[in-house]
Design a protein around this ligand. Structure first.
Ligand SMILES: [Mn+2]
Length: 349
């Protein structure tokens, strides 16, 4: 197992976060010109940016399809935070298709959906083999954040052949130890004692919990695998409610500090394809139109157009053809977007 691997040469089709939307994936592959097993007449190859699973109607089919395509050398992937949660056995929102302990709770929101009845160990064995980073001279792919110090660290020979799972356990333990010795730790415990019960209640607006914010920011930056797959955070101006709980730290647009020449493609950030005004806490992330490259050198592209939110459409009877939540691929080196409804849009720097 290597955490950082080389991308194949030649033209690529990079696919954004799929989140169990198997039908959207099949439509997208059709418009990209791939055959049923992922073969392309012009020898193009697929690269998935991670978050294949959770929330959507058929995560098992998405994994099975990508697994066979990878095994035949027609596709490559990097791990997203959702695959990492699964590997670390951390059942989180939308993972009830895999974790029985979440099945009932998640079904209320995401059903009807396909659960993984058999072959769970094949799924984890497959994810365990996948890298965090794929790169070549002109292009870099990571799920959430290209963080040079972390990637340099993970490139060192002592990480060769190390199991990601074991490494994550070591990093978790180290982080827990550092957190307990941090100057804000007692305040953090105190805040948690006083407010933890209301933090999942939208109606109970908490004050800005400064030590909790510092704790969350610290955790986001210090765990190498989490930092690359979740991105890094900074203390928020005010509390906001997202993903089912009150939060005190916001995602940081790391690409404003990215100055290398190689282009970077990521997923993860729930970009909106022209659908009105973004929530206040995400406005700083994307200050350019959705088909634009972003960052200090206009050479970073977030390819996640929120198809993971399509379960909301289903509840409102909005058909996929009219959905603002899309699955996208970026053709490389053409730099054209192709969507699951067949739209093709050139990107702009
Ligand atoms: Mn993600």
């Amino acid at each position: 197992m290597t955490l950082i691997r080389s991308l194949p040469s030649g033209p690529l089709d990079i696919v954004g976060d799929v989140h169990g939307q198997f039908e959207a994936l099949q439509n997208l592959l059709h418009y990209l010109g791939y055959g049923p097993e992922g073969r392309h007449p012009q020898g193009r190859r697929l690269v998935f940016v991670g978050d294949l699973v959770d929330r959507g109607p058929d995560s098992p089919a998405c994994v099975a399809w990508v697994m066979q395509a990878c095994q035949h050398g027609r596709a490559h992937m990097v791990l997203g935070n959702h695959e990492l949660n699964l590997l670390m056995h951390e059942p989180k929102d939308g993972s009830g298709w895999f974790f029985d302990s979440r099945a009932a709770k998640d079904a209320r929101q995401y059903a009807p959906w396909q659960r993984q009845e058999n072959g769970k160990s094949a799924v984890t064995a497959f994810f365990r083999q996948q890298p965090l980073v794929l790169q070549r001279q002109d292009l870099r792919i990571v799920h959430a954040a290209w963080l040079p110090e972390i990637i340099e660290e993970l490139s060192r020979p002592e990480y060769d052949g190390r199991c990601l799972l074991e490494l994550c356990r070591e990093w978790d333990a180290e982080l827990d130890c550092h957190v307990r010795h941090a100057p804000w730790y007692d305040d953090y415990l105190d805040e948690q004692r006083r407010y933890v019960h209301g933090l999942e209640n939208y109606r109970e607006v908490p004050p800005l919990l400064c030590a909790t914010a510092k704790h969350d920011v610290y955790r986001s930056c210090r765990h190498p695998a989490r930092a690359l797959t979740c991105g890094i955070e900074t203390v928020a101006d005010e509390p906001f409610f997202a993903g089912g709980r009150w939060r005190f730290s916001v995602r940081r647009p790391w690409w404003n500090d990215y100055h290398d020449a190689a282009h970077v493609v990521v997923g993860h950030y729930w970009r909106q394809w022209y659908s009105g005004r973004a929530a206040k806490h995400r406005r700083e992330m994307f200050t350019v139109p959705p088909h634009h490259w972003h960052g200090a050198r206009n050479n970073v592209f977030c390819l996640d157009f929120s198809v993971g939110a399509r379960w909301r459409d289903r509840k409102r009877d909005i058909p996929p053809s009219r959905s603002v939540h899309r699955l996208a691929a970026l053709r490389w080196p053409e730099k054209t977007l192709v969507f699951d409804n067949g739209d093709c849009v050139p990107t702009e720097a």
